[in-house]
Write a protein that binds this ligand. Structure first.
Ligand code: FAD
Ligand code: UDP
Length: 401
């Protein structure tokens, strides 16, 4: 029987928590640290003490997946309440339905096409080929008029660069429907944990072989005292940015208490370029089972900006320059034995929660097997491969030891 390993996990978000749990269940001793004063990373939720509304502190989080195993996993740690995400968009003083569906098309053009007519109509608007950039994809996907109205301004605000410099994969996240179905996601499972994401992640971390240390930075810990380190912080930060900084977008959240109801829906996107924020979230609508109870509501305006040295990185940008820098960090990661890089920041990939959990489960299993052979493996999610195809290809890319 091999000796239990001591493992340091940096980051108490979904990635860190899930891998920690897998290793603890396999008999290893795990220390999880996080610089913040709470668990759940960017998925953190907490009730506003004044209104009682469950607030998604780092932006709206809806759990959606086709991965039944991942759904069962979260359902074992929380009561997942049925939730169907609907988003509205304001464009030029009018309100439309998202994602682009038959209602949006008919509203936008002031017509009343059938599904087949709308398909032919949009196909006739489609411009350009082949698709490389976000803009190529937009023009081909819905044509210039809808693209300009719904995507050009919003995307410039969200990503801070012209959409011609962004990868098409960002837009491929969204469906186009020729029906009146306005479900924002097209996955088999969708829900919100009744008691919030922080309680869910706390439950994952609750294990006698997991020790949690909040308000603790990786930089202040001697990782060499552990047999292995799973790092879910930013890849470039791990290496002290020695090759340069990968670009991330950061967010500023402006929370406000207002009379309930305020906007009548959970998320309203503001697509016009001259409005400084991207969207307003009204949190009580993420809990439809309790929304009717509130007389006061909490809303959040979301502003996107580039990431300075002290800002929290939220979205990996993945411009062309980033890809070559990422390749160099990848080489550095491969030459760093005993560290696994994981998660949205550790693998510099646009991962939703379900994919973050899937990868952490797989890496947990891989590490467990490697530890069972009594070796401290160098194993890591290959940052370059965990990239644009991530949404399409949920398999983790794990380099051999
Ligand atoms: P994080 O949640 O970022 O956790 C990393 C943790 O590591 C953080 O707590 C951080 O403090 C800690 N850390 C980093 N560096 C260090 C260090 N050096 N020392 C100590 N601690 C450190 N996904 C969905 O599925 N549905 C959604 O609706 C959705 N909406 C989103 C909305 C926004 C605005 C954003 C930004 C993301 C959204 N996501 C959504 C994605 C979701 O947030 C991620 O999938 C998830 O947070 C990934 O978990 P993680 O553990 O990899 O990273
Ligand atoms: N997007 C847009 N207008 C909208 C909604 C989305 O331009 O009203 C673009 C934007 O670039 C965004 C991308 O489509 O980053 C993917 O949308 P999604 O809702 O998946 O973004 P998320 O905020 O979840 O990353």
């Amino acid at each position: 029987m091999p000796q239990p390993k001591s493992v340091l996990v940096t980051g108490a978000g979904f990635s860190g928590a899930v891998v920690a749990r897998a290793l603890a269940e396999a008999g290893h001793l795990v220390t999880v640290i996080d610089a913040r004063d709470h668990v759940a990373g960017n998925c953190h939720t907490a009730r506003d003490p004044e209104t009682g509304v469950m607030v998604h502190h780092y932006g709206p989080h809806i759990f959606h997946t086709d991965d039944a195993q991942v759904w069962d996993y979260v359902s074992a740690h929380a009561q997942m309440m049925p939730y169907r995400h609907q988003v509205k968009a304001r464009v030029g003083g009018r309100v439309y339905s998202l994602p682009i569906n038959l209602h949006t098309i008919n509203q936008f053009y002031g017509i009343s096409l059938s599904p087949a007519e709308a398909r032919a109509f949009i196909t006739a608007q489609s411009r350009g080929a082949p698709v490389q950039s976000f803009e190529d994809q937009g023009l081909r996907f819905i044509g210039p008029a809808l693209y300009d109205a719904f995507f050009r301004g919003y995307t410039r605000k969200q990503w801070g660069v012209d959409p011609t410099r962004l990868p098409a994969s960002i837009l491929k996240r969204l469906p186009l429907r020729f029906t009146y179905d306005d479900n924002y996601f097209a996955h088999s499972f969708q829900g919100i944990p009744r008691d919030g994401y922080t309680a869910l992640v706390a439950s994952i971390l609750k294990h006698p072989r997991i020790e949690l240390q909040l308000k603790t930075r990786a930089e202040d810990i001697d990782a060499s005292a552990y047999d292995h380190h799973v790092y879910t912080g930013p890849l470039d930060r791990y290496f002290g940015h020695r090759l340069g900084r990968l670009s991330y977008r950061s967010l500023r959240f402006e929370h406000e208490r207002v009379a309930a109801p305020h906007q009548g829906t959970a998320v309203m996107n503001y697509c016009d370029a001259d409005i400084p924020f991207t969207r307003i979230t009204e949190h009580m609508y993420f809990a439809p089972w309790e929304a009717a109870e509130f007389t006061q509501s909490v809303i959040t305006r979301e502003y996107s900006h580039s990431t300075g040295a002290d800002d929290i990185p939220y979205y990996p940008v993945r411009l062309l320059d980033d890809k070559s820098l990422l390749a160099r960090y990848d080489a550095l990661a491969r030459a760093t034995p005993g560290v696994t890089f994981l998660g949205r920041l550790g693998s510099y990939a646009y991962l939703d929660m379900d994919l973050a959990i899937r990868r952490a489960l797989d890496v947990g299993q891989h590490l467990t097997q490697a530890f069972a052979r009594d070796r401290s493996p160098q194993v890591f999610v290959h940052p370059l491969c965990a990239s644009e195809s991530a949404a399409a290809d949920p398999r983790p890319v794990i380099a051999a030891e």
